[in-house]
Design a protein around this ligand. Structure first.
Ligand code: ZN
Length: 211
C-alpha cells in the first residue's frame, strides 16, 4: 500500500483485491525506527470493512508491543515486527499470537539471518527486507537472496510451516529470483502500482513458485 494513492486508499485496496492479490501489505512507520511516518491503526480500521483480504501489517516502529492490541482490534491478520526494533521481541511475538493473529519477524538488509533464528519458533512468517526500510521505490538488494535460501532450507528441514516473505524492490525479475530462492510471498509496491494491468502481472507471479 506504500505506493498507493493515499488520498483514495479504499479504492486502491479494492484494486489490489480485484487484481488477484492474496494479501495486502500495509507499511506502518513511526518516524523513529525509520525517518518516515505513514499510517496507524485508525487507517487499518477504516479499511477493514471494505474487504476480507488478508491484512499483512508491517510495523517499522520502535517498541511495537505498545501497539499490538490496537492493530489487532483494527483488524490486522498478521503483525510483523523488526528484529532490530527496541523492545522485548519474544514477548511481543507471543502477544501477537495470543490475540489470534499471525506473527512475523522482519530483518533489514544489513542484519544476518542468524539474528532471527532464535525466534523462528514463535513466528508464522519471516519478512526479508531487500531495501533499507523507510521509503518506497528503492532498488533490490542482492544480500536478501541467501537469507531466503537459508530460511527455505530451515522450513524444509524442520517442517515448520513458515511463510518466507520478501519486501523491497520487487518487480517481475527480482520477484522471480526470490521465488526461485524459496520465497512464498512477494510484497510489491511501486512496480505493481505503475502497471495498467496489475491482474496479469499478479497471475504471472503466482506461477513463479510452482515446482
Ligand atoms: Zn513492508
Amino acid at each position: 500500500m506504500l505506493s498507493a494513492d493515499f488520498s483514495r486508499l479504499g479504492e486502491e485496496l479494492l484494486r489490489i483485491e480485484k487484481a488477484g492479490a492474496d494479501w495486502v501489505h500495509i507499511d506502518v512507520m513511526d518516524g523513529m525506527f525509520v525517518p518516515n511516518i505513514t499510517v496507524g491503526p485508525l487507517v487499518v480500521e477504516a479499511l477493514r470493512p471494505l474487504s476480507d483480504i488478508f491484512f499483512d501489517v508491517h510495523l517499522m516502529i520502535e517498541r511495537p508491543e505498545r501497539y499490538v492490541d490496537e492493530f489487532a482490534k483494527a483488524g490486522a491478520d498478521m503483525l510483523t515486527v523488526h528484529v532490530e526494533a527496541k523492545g522485548n521481541l519474544k514477548r511481543t511475538l507471543r502477544k501477537i499470537r495470543d490475540l489470534g493473529l499471525k506473527a512475523g519477524i522482519s530483518l533489514n538488509p544489513g542484519t544476518p539471518v542468524s539474528k532471527v533464528s532464535k525466534v523462528l519458533d514463535l513466528c508464522d512468517a519471516v519478512l526479508v527486507m531487500t531495501v533499507q526500510p523507510g521509503f518506497g521505490g528503492q532498488a533490490f538488494r542482492e544480500e536478501g537472496l541467501p537469507k531466503i535460501e537459508w530460511l527455505s532450507d530451515y522450513a524444509r528441514e524442520t517442517g515448520h510451516n513458515l511463510e518466507i516473505c520478501v519486501d523491497g524492490g520487487i518487480n517481475r525479475e527480482t520477484g522471480r529470483r526470490c521465488a526461485e530462492a524459496g520465497a512464498t510471498v512477494l510484497a510489491a509496491g511501486s512496480y505493481l502500482f505503475k502497471l495498467e494491468d496489475m491482474a496479469s502481472e499478479i497471475a504471472l507471479w503466482k506461477t513463479f513458485g510452482e515446482r
